[in-house]
Design a protein around this ligand. Structure first.
Ligand code: SF4
Ligand code: SF4
Length: 392
């Protein structure tokens, strides 16, 4: 099999945050210390080699970067300061742009103009939509319920009889279907590149079913993360992930159950779920923000602009969501309305830009990469067994 050498690869990958990698002299320390490296797998050294040789096609079909959990043990032991952990992170950004058929991911990772431009556009579109089509209801005194809280679904005069919660629900489902469609199509593209197009891989149909549990298990538990030496990052990540999942259930699937006129007592299970999700997200945000400001460990020493954008947008969404809740139970009608609008103006671009095209997409790509890797491993093993049987 022949591979084309691409001399522009190193230059192109710099835009995704790769630096220092060329210091590597292939001692192999990083591979030896990495808790994720399996027998027969040589990452992250192999990936540095592919980059140094300009083997773009091989790099683009490689799953190793998704099997790395950024624990940094490789970087800490590298005698040449080649920063292999950061290289794997940068390769994940690059691969996200490879899978994305729209080309937007590449533009967002490599151009501030495109990423900030799209975010600003969606921000303004949400603000304008509310102020023009869904302004605050005229008589604010009638919007206070018996418990002194704001009757949130009467905040705006609905269009064609639809209440506020119906309008938000339609918007939520539209975004969810759009984002899911983009992610699924990109995952199919990834599958085509790494499994179907690889002529050496022959996966029996039943293996797709028997190995599927790995996808669900890794998505739910992120258990591979626990192999890293420090456990705080894993716990924080798990809190964040469960927080996201609960928030998704609350704001998309169960919105009519949650966004009701009555203010429930604080110990109601729905409010407690919301508090858990908020705590999980805030815990992770505070932890990574302090680490990145202090640059207290190797992970925090280098930040790509998209790392900060992710923190800022998620932080603003969380804080504005908390303020909506406080203003609402405090009976502040105008403050609730305007804060709700600002909350959506930050949330919508975060969902439409960050989830399918940027940092958040790894939530989908990583479990599928682990699944595809297991399929490839299954294929290797069954082919070796067949060879042994034939030889016998
Ligand atoms: S430890 Fe450093 S120098 Fe050694 S192979 Fe890994 S990246 Fe290269
Ligand atoms: S950052 Fe951790 S998981 Fe990733 S390659 Fe280095 S040692 Fe392995």
């Amino acid at each position: 099999m022949s591979y084309r050498v691409d001399f522009t690869l190193k230059h192109d990958l710099k835009k995704f945050g790769i630096h220092d990698w060329n210091e590597c002299f292939h001692c192999g320390n990083c591979t030896a210390i990495c808790p994720m490296t399996k027998t027969g797998s040589l990452f992250p050294r192999k990936d540095i080699r592919l980059l140094q040789m300009g083997l773009k096609d091989k790099l683009a079909t490689n799953l190793d970067p998704w099997l790395c959990y950024y624990c940094g043990e490789c970087t800490e032991t590298c005698p040449r300061d080649a920063n292999p952990g950061e290289l794997m992170m940068s390769l994940r950004r690059y691969l996200t742009s490879v899978y994305d058929w729209t080309g937007l991911s590449k533009k967002f990772y490599t151009s501030h103009f495109w990423e900030f431009g799209f975010i600003f556009f969606f921000f303004c579109a949400v603000i304008a939509s509310f102020l023009i089509w869904l302004p605050l209801s005229g008589n604010t005194a009638e919007l206070i319920n018996d418990q002194g809280g704001v009757m949130i679904n009467n905040l705006v005069a609905g269009i064609s009889g639809a209440s506020f919660v119906n309008i938000i629900e339609i918007g939520d489902w539209t975004m969810a279907i759009l984002v899911a469609g983009l992610l699924i199509s990109n995952i199919l593209h990834m599958f085509y590149r790494v499994v179907i197009r690889d002529k050496e891989v022959k996966v029996p149909v039943y293996a797709y079913i028997t190995e599927f549990w790995s996808l669900i298990w890794q998505f739910m538990t992120q258990s591979k993360f626990s192999k890293c030496e420090g456990k705080t990052y894993w716990v924080g990540h798990l809190l964040l992930m469960t927080g996201y999942s609960i928030m998704f259930a609350v704001i998309v699937v169960l919105l009519p159950e949650f966004q009701i006129e009555e203010v429930r007592p604080w110990y109601n299970w729905q409010r407690l779920m919301g508090y858990y999700a908020t705590f999980g997200i805030l815990f992770f945000l505070v932890y990574v923000t302090i680490s990145r400001i202090r640059k207290s460990d190797w992970k925090s020493k280098f930040s790509h602009p998209t790392d900060w954008l992710f923190i800022v947008m998620l932080g603003l969404t969380t804080i504005t969501g908390i303020l909506v809740h406080i203003f609402r139970i405090g009976g502040m009608v105008s403050a609730t309305y305007y804060m709700y609008v600002i909350h959506l103006a930050v949330l919508v671009p975060m969902i439409l830009v960050e989830v399918p095209f940027s940092k958040w997409s790894h939530l989908a790509y990583r479990p599928f990469a682990i699944y595809f890797d297991r399929l490839k491993e299954y294929s290797r093993k069954s082919q070796n067994e067949n060879k042994l049987v034939r030889a016998a």
